[in-house]
Design a protein around this ligand. Structure first.
Ligand code: ATP
Length: 251
């Protein structure tokens, strides 16, 4: 579904990515790990059209994405979450999802959100879809709470719910477990498994939490200094001397 071929990105004199090749099969759950500054988020920014590659290509469903704008990439079915939570914190849980649904269906919800109405004619589709997603992700009882008042783990869950509102084929998750406690991380693992197994979404995941990555990904790419230094299943990655050296400084 996603093929990254010989991808390189320079920022002035910094070679952030060097000849990176990554392949994500349809319905795959693939992890991208590596030390800080290895180039992981840069890969997401190149996939989503926020950055333009220095060389190489990103192919999604057979289409070359280089020179696509972020909104065009989103329209093709790729959605991402960010390292830092980016919710509309002063809007309700429901309105956060309704706004994202608006991108997927043809009606505008902004007017009714601004004027405090629940929904106007033509918006029932958005409302129903938003409530369906909130139910799936166990947030329906929080629908009227402001996003900023949710516990941290639920804010993260709301981000994923909102990402789903655009009906993506490929979901890019950037450190979804950052700042979570162990119970929240366990819940997140269950959510991610459900996205893949219950909703057939293909997932590429950046994460520093090794318990999560090793527990749910079937394939992992390890990046170090902008290069892929290893790829394989969790067991082979954990025992790879290059990976151990990158993380611990010794094999
Ligand atoms: P982390 O795990 O800390 O989030 P990362 O693996 O996601 O790190 P990137 O954020 O992709 O790493 O950064 C890779 C390199 O590219 C770093 O040296 C970073 O400083 C550099 N870089 C990323 N974006 C830019 C930019 N817009 N301008 C200049 N340098 C950048």
């Amino acid at each position: 579904m996603l093929e990254i071929k010989h991808l390189s990105k320079n920022f002035g004199g910094i070679e952030a990515l060097k000849d990176v090749n990554i392949n994500v099969e349809r319905n795959g759950l693939v992890g991208l790990i590596g030390p800080n500054g290895a180039g992981k988020t840069t890969i997401f920014n190149l996939i989503t059209g926020e950055y333009v590659p220095t060389s190489g290509s990103v192919i999604f469903d057979g289409k070359e994405l280089a020179n696509h704008h972020p909104y065009q990439v989103a329209a093709l079915g790729i959605t991402r979450t960010f390292q830092n939570i980016r919710l509309f914190s002063d809007l309700s849980v429901l309105d956060n999802v309704r706004i994202a649904c608006h991108l997927h269906v043809k009606y505008s919800v902004f007017d009714s959100i601004i004027h405090g109405r629940r929904f106007v004619e033509g918006e029932k589709e958005i409302y129903d879809r938003s409530m369906e997603l909130l139910k799936i992700f166990k947030l329906e009882n929080k629908r009227d709470e402001l996003a900023k008042n949710l516990p941290y783990g639920e804010q993260r869950r709301l981000e994923i719910t909102r990402a789903l509102a655009t009906n993506p084929k490929l979901l890019l998750l950037d450190e979804p477990a950052a700042g979570m406690n162990p119970q929240e991380t366990e819940d997140l693992m269950e959510t991610i498994r459900f996205l893949r197994d219950g909703m057939n979404i293909t997932i590429l995941l950046i994460e520093h939490d090794m318990h999560l990555v090793m527990g749910i990904c079937e394939k992992i790419y390890v990046l170090d200094f902008g290069k892929v230094i290893a790829e394989g299943d969790p067991t082979s990655i954990q025992h790879d001397p290059k990976v151990i050296e990158a993380y611990l400084g010794t094999a």
